[in-house]
Design a protein around this ligand. Structure first.
Ligand code: BG6
Length: 512
């Protein structure tokens, strides 16, 4: 049997027969994200037989590129970036239906051409196509693209039917509250909220989705998941990479905008929200927004809730690594933080008095994202910390990446004739139980948008609520310039000013 006969996608059968025939239009088709993430995600969905049987891909960009060249670029992207090797038989089915439209993002005529192109595909197929627009451009052209999708009629195509147009919007979703509000206003002029899929790729990660399963499919956690038993929660999103070639972007962004306001806050929301009434997109997102709204405004004064720093020269993997201010494209007087730490207070029934500590930085000792829930110590009447009793607080940590899994620190008796104790660790590792070929975040997200499931996307009010919390911090930091900016050696676990956030409560950062 040939590969073509063996592979169900090639026989036109999709596991998702519910997905209507679809055309994905990528704005920013020659960009980095398209090559690194989007094309490989589409290919792997095809490989797993999850694309609708009638599927088209259209690249859109300013550059004039012939169809054949775009197809070649897409094929090279798979060879370079896909988690699975290129299978020509599978990819051929997509490539044959891949085309490219050149045009400006603010050019209404070009959008009419795009509309005619899609109508042409429908005519050839003899069926209607759901159109999924993927806006993967710099944010400066989000608004013109959205407005042109409106005026060309593409945004409202088949509205009222399940195959209505949908739009995925890449990050960054605004740079502060005012810009996020403005972007939401533009979106709402053109699309209804249910058509809109705002990306936060952390929600596509398996381990992030697993948070909901662990919390609500197990009965042992819920009784303990509150202020009576939990001492604090620490969320670490540490990266080894520096800014690399993205200096231009990063100078305008910084750790707070790039990682804390979006990815890290999603981890907070999923860890701390109340159980939703159902797993529907609206019920889950209602609970997330409710939680975000319960977070108290941050104290920006001395000994307040925020800390920031830049990496200085240091050692990474045995090699000298330059500090942020000497990186390519960085202003030597830059006041952009590469590390931010925050102490959150959630003022609701469940969490009052339990600090949530967040930190994220580039050029840190190790790439690791984890959520560590630290429980209160038992009364020390029987086992109090001493030379014989080495004790640690019970800590449940969700290892989001890498080495995905879950671990629990318990205290146990050291075997022997006298009673001595020592902390021990129980470990669950995804790779050991399920193997290591897990789908990439973008595969899940593209698939969900095609199906019309918004659970793993950010709702408009969710983005606004998070910006509302952080905009005063951004403003205060912009006004202070470099004053209050700490530094940390590249390859370390971060600056001293972040330790001070925890010291007030006698807490210390965990070594993940
Ligand atoms: C992106 C940020 O959103 O997330 C990058 O812009 C960062 O600066 C990246 O490196 C981290 O994503 P991941 O999936 O590698 O943790």
């Amino acid at each position: 049997m040939s590969e073509a006969q063996r592979h169900p996608f090639l026989q036109g059968l999709s596991k998702h027969r519910g997905t209507p025939p679809t055309v994905i239009v990528i704005f920013g088709a020659s960009g980095d994200l398209t090559a690194r993430k989007l094309i490989p995600a589409i290919y792997n969905l095809g490989y797993d037989n999850l694309l609708p049987s009638d599927f088209y891909l259209v690249g859109y960009g300013r550059k004039e590129i012939p169809d054949a060249e775009f197809r070649e670029v897409a094929t090279s992207a798979i060879k370079e970036f896909s988690r699975r090797e290129l299978n020509n038989d599978v990819w051929q089915q997509v490539v044959e239906r891949t085309s490219y439209v050149a045009g400006g993002y603010d050019d209404p005529e070009a959008f009419k051409r795009l509309a005619a192109h899609i109508a042409g595909l429908e005519k050839k197929l003899g069926r209607e196509l759901q159109t999924l627009f993927y806006i993967s451009t710099p944010p400066s052209v989000f608004a013109p693209i959205l407005l042109n999708l409106g005026s060309s009629g593409l945004a409202s195509k088949y509205l009222g039917q399940p195959n209505h147009s949908k739009v995925i919007i890449e990050k960054p979703f605004g740079k502060d509250l005012a810009s996020a509000l403005k972007l939401n206003t533009t979106i709402r002029q053109v699309f209804e909220e249910h058509q809109v899929y705002r990306i936060d790729h952390y929600l596509g990660k398996e381990t992030v989705q697993d948070l909901l399963v662990q919390r609500f499919a197990n009965s042992i956690f819920e009784p303990l998941w509150n202020r009576r038993y939990i001492e604090s929660v620490q969320i670490t999103v540490a990266e080894e990479v520096g800014v690399g070639t993205r200096g231009g972007y990063y100078e305008q962004s910084g750790a707070l905008r790039d990682m804390i306001q979006n990815h890290t806050m999603q981890l907070v929301a999923l860890t701390a929200m109340e159980p939703p009434v159902s797993l529907s997109a609206e019920d889950v997102r209602d609970e997330k927004v409710k939680l975000l709204k319960a977070i108290q405004p941050l104290n920006l004064g001395p000994s307040g809730d925020v800390a920031r720093a830049q990496y200085a020269d240091g050692m990474m993997g045995g090699k000298q690594a330059p500090g942020y201010l000497s990186e390519e494209g960085i202003n030597p007087q830059s006041a952009t933080e590469t590390y931010a730490a925050i102490r959150l207070s959630i003022n609701n029934w469940r969490w009052q008095g339990v600090p949530f500590y967040l930190r994220s930085g580039k050029r840190m000792a190790r790439r690791v994202t984890e959520i560590a829930v630290q429980f209160k110590r038992p009364p020390g009447t029987l086992f109090a910390e001493s030379e014989r009793f080495n004790l640690a607080p019970n800590t449940l940590s969700f290892q989001i990446q890498p080495d995905e899994g879950l671990s629990l620190i318990l205290n146990g008796k050291v075997p022997g004739l006298e009673t001595r104790t020592q902390p021990v660790k129980m470990n669950f590792r995804y790779s050991a139980t399920f193997g290591s070929n897990t789908p990439e975040a973008y595969e899940r997200l593209v698939l969900d948008a095609m199906i019309g499931d918004g659970t793993l996307f950010i709702r408009g009010d969710e983005a606004e609520t998070s910006w509302k919390l952080y905009t005063p911090v951004l403003e205060a930091w912009a006004a202070a310039g470099r004053e209050g900016m700490d530094s940390y050696a590249a390859g370390s676990w971060g600056p001293a000013n972040a330790d001070a956030l925890l010291a007030a409560n006698n807490h210390v950062w965990r070594q993940p």
